[in-house]
Write a protein that binds this ligand. Structure first.
Ligand SMILES: CC(=O)CC(=O)SCCNC(=O)CCNC(=O)[C@H](O)C(C)(C)COP(=O)(O)OP(=O)(O)OC[C@H]1O[C@@H](n2cnc3c(N)ncnc32)[C@H](O)[C@@H]1OP(=O)(O)O
Ligand SMILES: NC(=O)C1=CN([C@@H]2O[C@H](COP(=O)(O)OP(=O)(O)OC[C@H]3O[C@@H](n4cnc5c(N)ncnc54)[C@H](OP(=O)(O)O)[C@@H]3O)[C@@H](O)[C@H]2O)C=CC1
Length: 291
């Protein structure tokens, strides 16, 4: 099946990055969110990131303008009805994702491929609640989408080969690299990455190091581009906690117990960069550690 028009549900940091790379690769993109403010912010972010690519001579101004013209936004989920591929990139909560699919399905063409950018939730379980488990897949982009090379492809138990091969071709068209992961909690990247981030929060919680010393240690001692706490703030602490809970519940092993300090930050609404406060306070000129 040829994919021409793509629908994206959720215009947060992942939704805007996914819209950016699809529009640049020549796909028509419709972005949906429940908030007009999120849609406006997404278009502003995409424009800023495309402008930066123009100023660094990665793309031409003409390519930027064509890409922007390919993106439309809508508050109405039914406007995704004529798309060939839908990528759900809303908040990492299973009830939210199920509700989106339930409202969206009556409007979709029967052949439309339905995917979720979920970081951790069972693809088989999400698919089983839809009318098309064979055309349902995990389509997991990494943050920041315009920069990161990898896309994880996760087949649910019922996903057919045609769907998998169609998405493999889409990843190729985006100029990215696909890795296949089996459908187990948090797949590959987050199965490995998130326990490291959670351990960094335990290291902070137990007073082994400060925010600054933990991040500096991993940047200078292990050559990570960002320290684990800086990365947690970048991903979103709500998303990190949600992934740890999926690992803990799904694998029933205490080694995945979310750190109580991570829970406390989320309960405070200190979700990282997106709320201006997390392990760092971003309200000033330079980020200041909060512990
Ligand atoms: C949670 C999940 O489910 C899965 C995940 O995504 S886990 C998170 C995975 N991501 C990571 O681990 C990211 C780790 N961090 C990094 O790789 C780097 O810090 C980074 C790429 C984000 C920034 O790199 P840097 O060298 O510090 O910054 P900088 O030189 O400003 O940026 C490098 C490039 O990225 C671009 N960039 C940086 N942030 C960007 C953003 N948010 N959006 C778009 N482009 C961005 C810059 O424009 C620059 O592009 P060029 O090379 O074309 O000039
Ligand atoms: N952050 C990351 O590094 C990565 C995240 N992911 C996954 O991508 C998904 C999105 O994450 P991210 O972009 O970081 O999250 P954000 O919090 O940045 O964005 C989520 C967006 O979804 C919107 N939303 C919530 N409910 C609905 C709904 N019913 N219909 C439409 N939109 C809705 C939110 O609106 P509002 O703000 O108004 O609630 C918000 O704009 C999650 O599943 C996450 O696990 C995958 C890879 C990396």
């Amino acid at each position: 099946m040829e994919i021409k028009k793509v629908g994206i549900v959720g215009a947060g940091q992942m939704g805007n990055g996914i819209a950016h790379v699809f529009a640049l690769a020549g796909y028509d993109v419709v972005v949906n969110d429940i908030s007009q403010e999120a849609l406006d912010k997404a278009v502003a972010t995409i424009t800023r990131n495309l402008d930066r690519q123009v100023s660094r001579e990665k793309i031409t101004a003409e390519k930027r303008d064509t890409a922007l013209a390919r993106i439309t936004t809508t508050l109405q989920l039914e406007d995704l009805g004529q798309t060939d591929l839908v990528i759900e990139a809303a908040t990492e909560r299973e009830d939210v994702k199920n509700a989106i699919f339930e409202r969206l399905l009556p409007h979709l063409k029967p052949e439309t491929i339905l995917t979720s950018n979920t970081s951790s939730i069972s693809i088989t379980r999400l698919a089983s609640r839809t009318d098309r488990p064979e055309k349902f897949m995990g389509f997991h982009f990494m943050n920041p989408v315009p920069v990161m090379q990898l896309v994880e492809l996760i087949r649910g138990i019922a996903t057919d080969e045609a769907t998998y091969h169609t998405l493999l071709k889409v990843v190729e068209n985006l100029g990215k690299t696909a890795a296949s992961a089996e459908d187990f909690p948090a797949f590959i990247v987050n199965r490995i990455l998130m326990p490291m981030i959670n351990e960094a929060v335990y290291t902070l919680y137990e007073g082994v190091g400060s925010v600054k010393s933990i991040d500096e240690s991993m940047k200078l001692g292990a050559n990570h581009p960002m320290g684990p706490l800086e990365l947690a703030d970048f991903i979103g602490l709500d998303t990190c906690l949600a992934i740890m809970n999926v690992l803990h519940d799904g694998l029933a092993d205490t080694k995945y117990r979310p750190c109580p300090l991570l829970t406390k930050y989320v309960e405070a609404g200190w979700l990282g960069r997106k709320t201006q406060r997390g392990f760092y306070d971003y309200r000033g000129e330079t980020p200041v550690p909060t512990r």
